[in-house]
Design a binder for this molecule. Structure first.
Ligand SMILES: Cc1cc2nc3c(=O)[nH]c(=O)nc-3n(C[C@H](O)[C@H](O)[C@H](O)COP(=O)(O)O)c2cc1C
Length: 335
């Protein structure tokens, strides 16, 4: 008997749970077609950034030159952004092109921190054929006077604004750094998020000791990085009314299975594609199938969430008790 790998994410039925996470590979139509052939069930385009959209709108209206002084940061980092993705207009054309070329759902990604006019791009992504929107709310708040409630409120308002702009499903990709992550997740769902993508991976800068400069640094993930999203997916499964996507640290079928068992509807993969090529999506999918077959599961749906906090025979393992137990297990060991 063959295992039914189908899963439902954001109300969409997908052929299997392996999805391409937001990254430039998804935006290249030839690579995207390769990913589809390899078995990817859907793909998320790389993000289009609030700053890029706002800059383009200023340029259109001839205001950019006057605005650059107040918008000083943009002058230094936008040349690089143009290398990252193709910019707002071409982004929409690539989405349209992707829509025609592949039959898997293609999800548009918006990346920003404040509700504003730029949000209308969500609707344009929908018009260009995006099956859903993934909203990334990456922010590092260095302002000593900005409190948590204010920042969270701003993000909730942003979710409401994007929700109001589109009729397609909306997923929100968040960071793990909230003092009350579960409550914040619930607020996002109440604001209109159909799904949560856990978690954003921060790109921390590094120090170059030769030049004594701070430089951007993107390190690909390792399987170990998956433990944090896995814990939070376990804690949220069936407790918030939203689809859950695991992103971070899924490199193998084993990594993916753990995410599904704690309640993820899909896994989103990026690093492993850069390390092993697009075909890795098929390797992960086939590994999921073999493991489920071997364990006599009939479907992904049957396995999904069986070890989540809500269903686990040992829910305390996900909480402070698990932390204490883990530390206690080390006391008798001699290094
Ligand atoms: C080269 C590269 C580019 C990425 N670009 C984006 C992006 O534009 N928007 C976004 O939300 N995430 C972006 N990400 C993050 C991934 O979508 C993913 O969430 C993260 O890398 C964790 O998954 P992984 O462990 O499989 O890499 C990028 C990751 C990589 C490696």
């Amino acid at each position: 008997m063959s295992v039914d790998l189908r899963t439902t994410y954001l109300g969409m039925e997908l052929s299997n749970p392996v999805v391409v996470s937001a990254c430039p590979m998804a935006e290249d139509v030839d690579q995207l077609a390769r990913l589809e052939d390899a078995g990817a069930a859907a793909a998320v385009f790389p993000s289009l950034f609030e700053e890029q959209i706002e800059r383009e709108e200023l340029e259109i209206h001839g205001f950019y030159e006057q605005a650059t002084e107040s918008f000083a940061e943009s002058v230094t980092y936008f040349p690089e952004m143009t290398d990252y993705n193709v910019g707002p207009g071409a982004y929409l054309r690539r989405l349209e092109e992707a829509r025609k070329r592949v039959s898997i759902p293609v999800i548009g990604s918006l990346n920003g921190i404040s509700a504003g006019g730029w949000v209308h791009y969500a609707r344009q992504m929908q018009q260009a054929g995006a099956s859903a929107i993934e909203l990334n709310t990456f922010v590092i708040t260095a302002d000593l006077d900005a409190d948590a409630a204010t920042i969270e409120k701003r993000q909730v308002e942003l979710v409401k604004a994007v929700r109001a702009a589109v009729t397609i499903p909306l997923a929100v990709k968040i960071s793990p750094f909230y003092s009350a992550t579960a409550h914040f997740a619930k607020q996002l769902v109440d604001a209109g998020a159909d799904g949560l993508v856990l978690f954003n991976r921060f790109v921390h800068p590094d120090i170059d000791l030769d030049t004594l400069t701070v430089r951007p640094h993107l390190k690909l993930s390792r399987s170990y990085d998956g433990l944090l999203p896995m814990t939070w997916i376990a804690l949220l499964h069936k407790r918030v009314d939203a689809s859950l996507a695991a992103t971070r640290g899924v490199h193998t079928a084993e990594d993916a299975l753990k995410m599904l068992l704690v309640g993820a509807d899909i896994v989103e993969v990026a690093s492993t594609l850069y390390e092993n090529g697009p075909e890795q999506v098929g390797v992960i999918r086939d590994g999921i199938r073999s493991w489920l077959e071997h364990r006599e599961y009939e479907s992904v749906e049957q396995a999904k969430g069986s070890l989540s906090y809500a269903h686990s025979p040992d829910p305390a393992a996900f909480e402070r008790a698990g932390y204490l137990r883990t530390l206690a297990s080390y006391t008798s060991r001699v290094v």
